[in-house]
Ligand binder design. Structure first.
Ligand SMILES: Nc1ncnc2c1ncn2[C@@H]1O[C@H](COP(=O)(O)OP(=O)(O)OP(=O)(O)O)[C@@H](O)[C@H]1O
Ligand SMILES: [Mg+2]
Length: 277
């Protein structure tokens, strides 16, 4: 046909990534656990990748491949056995408010109201109360919870609690937002609503996000780039750019490009399951 063959999954705009500083750099990270019998188990083996600034990175992979371990290491809640993780060029050496976290289990403080949960980190950082108010009002509106600001977590639905968790994490203006299956416990309808909300909020904040999910549709809908992991030992198998334009809505699941990517990811995950059995 005379056309030059292009590399799959790379849009022209993505070539600019190389010039953008990596917000997250995972450098040859291995993680080993000692079993009670004294055997060594390698949860992560020499994992290296970068997430450019303002990117939405999604990690998928079979259960037990080390997705949560990787996020915990990035959060500074655990230390790698080898290698290092850098956020904004700084080596991770412990937890810090520069990394916002939204995990599956509802992690709000039950004794604080929605507003108090969102302002918690801001107060600890010693911001002026007028500034805190402005930030809290902004994020309450972003996640559609203005009317629920004085409610306690037990008075909210699961989806609402995760919206508070997202607002709380973003209110601290972190360098990076780490999300571990944040919608995993929600029913499918609420999950779809949350995905759309997250797309909108992320579009406004343009934070760098690392999002872990089991749900391939969710991964393709949200991601700029998908990191497919393999298990035993946990490692990055493939990195795929998602060539679907933004803004995206739930109808993208019908697009040929979406279906093609879904098939490719399923095949990669299927290979891994065959390796296990
Ligand atoms: N504290 C620990 N001690 C020993 N082994 C652990 C520990 N934490 C995790 N592991 C093991 O490390 C591996 C990776 O666990 P991890 O929770 O990171 O997987 P995952 O990819 O998040 O899985 P899932 O999709 O089921 O959430 C698993 O085999 C797990 O059993
Ligand atoms: Mg996990």
């Amino acid at each position: 046909m005379g056309t030059i063959a292009k590399k799959p999954y790379i849009m022209p705009a993505l070539s600019e990534y190389a010039e953008v500083a990596a917000r997250l750099r995972v450098d040859s990270v291995s993680l080993r656990y000692q079993s009670p019998k004294g055997e060594t188990f390698t949860a992560l083996d020499q994992v290296s990748f970068e997430v450019p600034d303002q990117q939405f990175a999604v990690i998928v992979g079979p259960s037990g491949c080390g997705k949560s371990s990787l996020l915990y290491l990035t959060a500074g809640l655990n230390e790698p056995s080898d290698g290092a993780i850098y956020v904004g060029g700084q080596k991770v050496e412990g937890p810090g408010s520069d990394r916002g976290m939204v995990f599956q289990g509802y992690t709000l403080f039950p004794w604080l109201t929605v507003r108090q949960n969102i302002e918690f980190g801001l107060k600890r950082r010693g911001l002026e109360s007028s500034e805190i108010n402005t930030i809290v009002e902004f994020y309450l509106a972003e996640v559609g919870l203005k009317k629920f600001s004085e409610h306690y977590p037990k008075q909210l639905s699961g989806g609402m609690m995760q919206r508070v968790a997202i607002a709380r994490a973003l209110a601290n203006d972190p360098q990076i937002l780490l999300m571990d299956e944040p919608f995993g416990a929600l029913d499918s309808q609420t999950r779809l609503q949350m995905q759309q909300l997250l797309l909108r909020v992320w579009g406004n904040s343009k934070k760098t996000v690392v999002f872990v999910t089991h749900d391939i549709d969710e991964a393709i809908l949200l991601a700029d780039r998908i990191y497919v992991m393999g298990a035993r030992p946990g490692r990055i198998k493939e990195i795929l750019d998602v060539p679907i334009e933004r803004p995206r809505n739930l109808e993208v699941v019908m697009e040929p490009e979406f279906i093609r990517m879904k098939r490719q990811i399923l095949e990669l995950l299927h290979d891994d399951l065959e390796e296990v059995h």
